[in-house]
Design a binder for this molecule. Structure first.
Ligand SMILES: Nc1ncnc2c1ncn2[C@@H]1O[C@H](COP(=O)(O)OP(=O)(O)OP(=O)(O)O)[C@@H](O)[C@H]1O
Ligand SMILES: [Mg+2]
Length: 264
């Protein structure tokens, strides 16, 4: 069982799209997946066909404010092997509400550990969708995770934000979670007609070397349509270029474990 956060403090780079479609891809390979929506926007929630308007106690907010246990708020999606802890806008109040709690960065980790100890590991992966900030919620995700997937939009300024992210990861690693590592960087919204895309790709590969996945996610309108139908693109249109790229990413992701000698 592994906990993986999809993270980048820059907004709109494909975090949620990656969580939804990696979750769908893995679930189709018979892996059992729990998505944790840790973003008050609740995009992973709606993108997987659930509502982000229901009672907030039944969401990750209810867990983090101490009202509920994870096991009480897990919901099934329509898709086999794919469950979710939803989010809603009340989550944005958590940072202020927990201001007096000096251990608040550990709340999510404690809740996940308690859940895993009681559930005997019924999931192969827990995938956390992070909000676009380096706020408390993101730190909670960093503290709770074994590893990180960082989507990088192939456009100007993409690499600048990464320096800040790397610093934060390093700081959390030193003080709060020594095991944390970057599993890989995924290039997203690649437009092969745009020279900038290939420039950013080259820079990223030169700098981060084998940390950058060979799979590149193209800009594809089907990927942006799928969430409004409440489904992963892999179910919405499994033959479109976006689906093919996320299938390929899923395989690369699973193979990382075979290469690391783990159980894939
Ligand atoms: N490869 C792609 N091609 C076309 N559109 C995409 C692609 N990936 C994501 N999108 C669209 O771009 C927008 C931003 O993507 P997404 O929500 O996945 O990013 P995010 O990093 O989660 O954003 P936020 O920081 O707000 O949480 C969405 O409308 C999504 O449907
Ligand atoms: Mg998002």
């Amino acid at each position: 069982m592994q906990i993986i956060s999809v993270i980048n403090q820059k907004g709109g780079v494909g975090k949620t799209t990656t969580v939804i479609n990696l979750a769908a891809g893995l679930s189709q390979q018979d892996k059992k997946i729990l998505v944790v929506d840790l973003d008050p926007q609740g995009n992973a929630t709606t993108g997987l066909g659930l509502s982000n308007l229901g009672a907030s106690e039944d969401t990750i907010y209810g867990v983090l404010n101490g009202t509920k246990q994870i096991s009480e708020v897990i919901k099934k999606t329509e898709f086999k092997n794919l469950d979710i802890v939803t989010s809603n806008v009340d989550l944005s109040g958590l940072e202020v509400e927990t201001a007096g709690d000096s251990n608040r960065a550990f709340i999510l980790k404690l809740k996940l550990t308690a859940y895993l100890n009681n559930s005997r590991g019924s999931y192969d992966y827990i995938l956390i969708d992070c909000p676009p900030s380096l706020s408390l919620l993101t730190v909670m995700a960093l503290v709770s995770s074994n590893s990180l997937v960082v989507p990088l939009q192939t456009e100007f300024f993409a690499l600048e934000g990464l320096t800040q992210l790397m610093k934060t990861i390093e700081r959390v690693k030193i003080s709060l979670n020594p095991e944390l590592n970057i599993r890989g960087i995924l290039l997203t919204m690649y437009d092969k007609r745009n020279k900038l895309s290939s420039q950013v790709e080259k820079e990223a590969r030169d700098y981060f070397n084998e940390k950058v996945y060979s799979t590149v996610i193209p800009r594809n309108v089907r990927l942006s349509e799928a969430p409004s139908h409440g489904m992963p693109v892999l179910m919405y249109d499994k033959l479109c270029p976006g689906s093919k790229s996320y299938f390929s990413f899923t395989h690369e992701f699973i193979n990382q474990e075979t290469n690391m000698g783990g159980v894939a």
